[in-house]
Design a binder for this molecule. Structure first.
Ligand code: ADP
Ligand code: MG
Length: 377
């Protein structure tokens, strides 16, 4: 099912009674989710992810704008008629019911022509239980299951009516690290096998990047960027998006562009030709103040490298080595560069010099924090 949001806005009366201005949880969202895709809604806590999901499910009504499922306007359609399956962070299973009864529960509400016999319900439950690999747990109660198993039951329960849309709100947050990894791969597999259009909400960039066809990066109720995970990582539209994606995070320096060169302190670290509006601005002999973002994998240790940093320590992590250093123009405390271990030779002493991979460098306007396009020369 294709989902379309058309200028959707959601305001809430402020919870702080002293502030009379509404909270705009979702501000003018317009985007399209193609049929059968897995979309990650990504952003820090409070940015409006759950509200967006609740608007799509029908648990909340928008203050403005319209929502379409396929060509049908569902803006005023009650949640129970939208054919969505929901999974939340807390699994919310019925403790006194077995796994089988938890999964068949939503089917018990079907009426009229859709009404199912007990056998039909059990057959459907058995089928989805197999899909999420809990087939052998059907007679247990939730208290007899691990967190990961409970979450699978919740997913099975959301799937049993074969919804046209599956909405997952931070479904893995309560799981420990290893289980989280495993369950997210499972989720991606289930989504591929069923082909159900799925929206996955998380504040964990790695989680969103690893399983989504498309990610929507948001902050304070505003969409900052929509794109394929790798595209957004490689070409963030602004400093916020650049900083939000990637571990270790992008390294940000203060600097300027002058006469076709990017300066960090007194060192010209990269030769560039600015494109777009900034290209015109750099044509004179003025200097353009910028933030310079360098991905950890963008540093190449080299004796003739043009960026000179003070070496703090070298952490060998097996395949890669993390070189930790400092620089007066660095924003933050330590620069983290990730170097393939076999390339880490001859590093030591007080300083380390780096050559920069242009494709791993981003420039941002110092004031607007928007990305400045450039070509390496
Ligand atoms: P997220 O899921 O990204 O953490 P939410 O969608 O839950 O964010 O919330 C977005 C913003 O809207 C927050 O500032 C939150 O406090 C506010 N908000 C959410 N629900 C309500 C509500 N029912 N009443 C008032 N404010 C709300
Ligand atoms: Mg939330």
């Amino acid at each position: 099912m294709k989902i379309t949001l058309d200028h959707v806005t959601k305001r809430f009366p402020n919870r702080n009674k002293k502030i009379h201005e509404d909270v705009i949880a979702v501000n003018d969202f317009t985007f399209e989710i193609l049929d059968g895709k897995l979309i990650g809604l990504l952003g820090p806590s409070g940015c409006g992810k759950s509200t967006t999901l609740n608007l799509i499910s029908g648990l909340e009504m928008p203050s403005a704008g319209r929502i379409f499922f396929g060509d049908t306007d569902v803006t005023n359609l009650p949640a129970e008629n939208r054919g969505v399956g929901l999974v939340f962070q807390n699994y919310a299973l019925y403790p006194h019911l077995t796994v089988m009864d938890n999964i068949t529960f939503p089917l018990g509400n079907l009426r009229g022509a859709e009404k199912l016999t007990k056998e039909q319900m059990r057959a459907k439950a058995t089928e989805v239980a197999k899909l999420v690999q809990i087939g052998e747990l059907m007679e247990r109660r939730p208290s007899e299951l691990s967190g990961g198993q409970q979450q699978r039951v919740a997913i099975a329960r959301a799937l049993v009516k074969m919804p046209s849309v599956l909405l997952l709100d931070e479904p893995l947050s309560n799981l420990d690290a290893r289980l989280r990894l495993q369950t997210r791969e499972e989720l991606a597999r289930i989504q591929r096998e069923t082909g159900i259009t799925t929206i996955f909400v998380t504040h964990d960039q790695e989680e969103a990047m690893s399983i989504s066809d498309l990610i929507v990066v948001m902050k304070d109720g505003v969409i900052h960027q929509i794109g394929k995970p790798q595209e957004v990582y490689d070409s963030p539209c602004n400093l916020f998006v650049a900083k939000f994606l990637g571990t270790p995070p992008i390294n940000v320096f203060e600097g300027c562009v002058r006469n076709g060169q990017v300066f960090i302190g007194e060192e010209a670290v990269l030769d560039v030709k600015l494109t777009g509006d900034a290209g015109a601005a750099d044509s004179g002999d003025g200097s353009l103040p910028v933030w310079i973002g360098i991905r950890p994998e963008g540093f190449v240790p080299a004796n003739d490298g043009r960026l000179t940093c003070a070496l703090s320590k070298i952490e060998v992590m097996g395949r890669d080595t993390s070189v930790v250093s400092t620089h007066p123009s660095f924003v933050g405390t330590t620069i983290r560069s990730i170097i393939p271990s076999e390339d880490v030779t001859g590093i030591g002493g007080e300083i380390v010099r780096f050559r920069l991979k242009p494709s791993k460098v981003c420039l941002f306007d110092k004031t607007t924090e928007k990305t400045i396009g450039f070509e390496a020369r």
